[in-house]
Design a protein around this ligand. Structure first.
Ligand SMILES: [Zn+2]
Length: 400
């Protein structure tokens, strides 16, 4: 699944219509969720039937394309299933009980309710929400694809305007020339000091832009809070400050995404196998000392890109258990206890000296190589649900 994104410049009344469609989609989602909460045990069929009833009951729900309403129900189903899965797996801590949405930013259509123009540079939304015709601003040419390949169309509201995304059903492997195997394998370790260290001894420093951006973010946030008036209608100045803050956030998250994408692509292109730690990022962000660098650098986004590029270029990516990878000696296998502040691995058994993170990366590579015995391929792409996750991270494009 590829996601192509275009900027659009809707007119004021179109903006109102888009916002109304987004609100309706959120209304359906919350209503169905409420229905599930009140009647535990109801399944897919009942939820979809309830959605049909909502369409009969409310005119504004009926105005939204029926498939767009269905995707709202599908979102609830996904949240409910994830919650049940987490309970079943007995994941420690919060199980992610589905929440009501207060500020949805997108509405998702399937294969109906929209129409592309002859040259495919414009899109018209044909349901009764009255969004109308929008010019698609972007370099990607939709003429390369069959209309049937476009499975989803969504409109997204961001701090800097509106976007239309097309989800094109296409195997990324079909679009690349195979690259010559490099006959190299690499293990990578997320550092505290670095973004990552690899088993070949290279380190990728942490991107500076976040720290830099953070100062500006804090300042803008303070300015916003100062203008906040409790209980009353917010002033124009408040909303201006809020928008500036949101814009900065968007910029920082885009920079971060570009950074991890670049690093992931480089690793995949120059190696045939990449082994990485299967970190529980949720658990780690709780650790005060680690949290900064890991959530900053977007480790989980990085892993997703790594798996994606691995799949695309036919390379192997393996997640290994991080257990003892930083403690054990990669030369002789003995355990060498060290605290977080110890930066260098010095083995008392074989006198091997190496940077702490590089030593860990070598261990990760060895674990990864061991686990590939009898296994030739890792196609994790099936686990990637681009659309579901796109909403959470401000992905600009899921394609190269
Ligand atoms: Zn040793």
């Amino acid at each position: 699944m590829f996601v192509y994104e275009y900027k659009v410049n809707p007119k004021p009344q179109q903006i109102a219509a888009i916002n109304e469609a987004i609100r309706t989609s959120q209304f359906v989602r919350n209503k169905v969720l409420r229905y599930w909460m009140d009647n535990r045990g109801v399944g897919k069929t009942e939820m979809f039937r309830y959605n049909t009833n909502l369409r009969k009951e409310y005119k504004f729900v009926d105005d939204l394309n029926s498939h767009a309403c269905q995707t709202a129900v599908e979102r609830v189903l996904r949240a409910v299933n994830r919650f049940y899965d987490n309970c079943k797996k007995q994941i420690p801590g919060k199980k992610g009980y589905p929440q009501f949405k207060r500020s949805s930013r997108s509405v998702e259509y399937k294969v109906s309710g929209w129409k592309l123009s002859q040259n495919r540079k414009r899109i018209t939304f044909t349901d009764k929400k009255g969004i109308g015709n929008l010019k698609l601003i972007g370099s990607r040419d939709l003429n390369f694809y069959q209309i049937e390949q476009i499975k989803r169309v969504r409109i997204i509201r961001r701090a800097d305007g509106y976007y239309v995304q097309f989800s094109v059903h296409l195997d990324p492997r079909d679009t690349v020339e195979p690259i010559i195997p490099s006959q190299k394998a690499v293990g990578i370790d997320v550092g505290i000091k670095y973004f990552l260290a690899d088993s070949q001894g290279n380190v990728e420093p942490n991107p500076q832009f976040y720290r830099r951006g953070e100062k500006q973010l804090n300042r803008l946030n303070r300015r916003k809070s100062k203008k906040f008036r409790k209980g009353t209608h917010q002033s124009r100045n408040y909303h201006r400050a809020r928008c500036l803050y949101a814009l900065k956030h968007l910029k920082v998250s885009r920079q971060r995404e570009e950074f991890v994408k670049r690093v992931a692509l480089r690793l995949i292109k120059s190696n045939d196998l990449v082994a990485y730690e299967d970190l529980n990022v949720k658990g780690m962000v709780k650790n005060k000392h680690l949290s900064k660098s890991i959530s900053d650098a977007g480790w989980s986004t990085f892993k997703r890109w790594l798996d994606y590029f691995g799949y695309k270029y036919g390379k192997i990516t393996i997640a290994v258990s991080p257990y003892n990878t930083s403690q054990n000696c990669s030369n002789c296998g003995e355990k060498v206890q060290k605290s977080l502040s110890t930066r260098t691995h010095i083995c008392s058994h074989c006198n091997y000296v190496e940077d702490r993170d590089v030593n860990a990366a070598i261990n990760i590579l060895q674990k990864g190589l061991l686990s590939t015995v009898g296994q030739t391929e890792s196609s994790k792409l099936g686990e990637i649900e681009p659309l579901a996750r796109l909403e959470q991270s401000c992905l600009t494009k899921l394609c190269l």
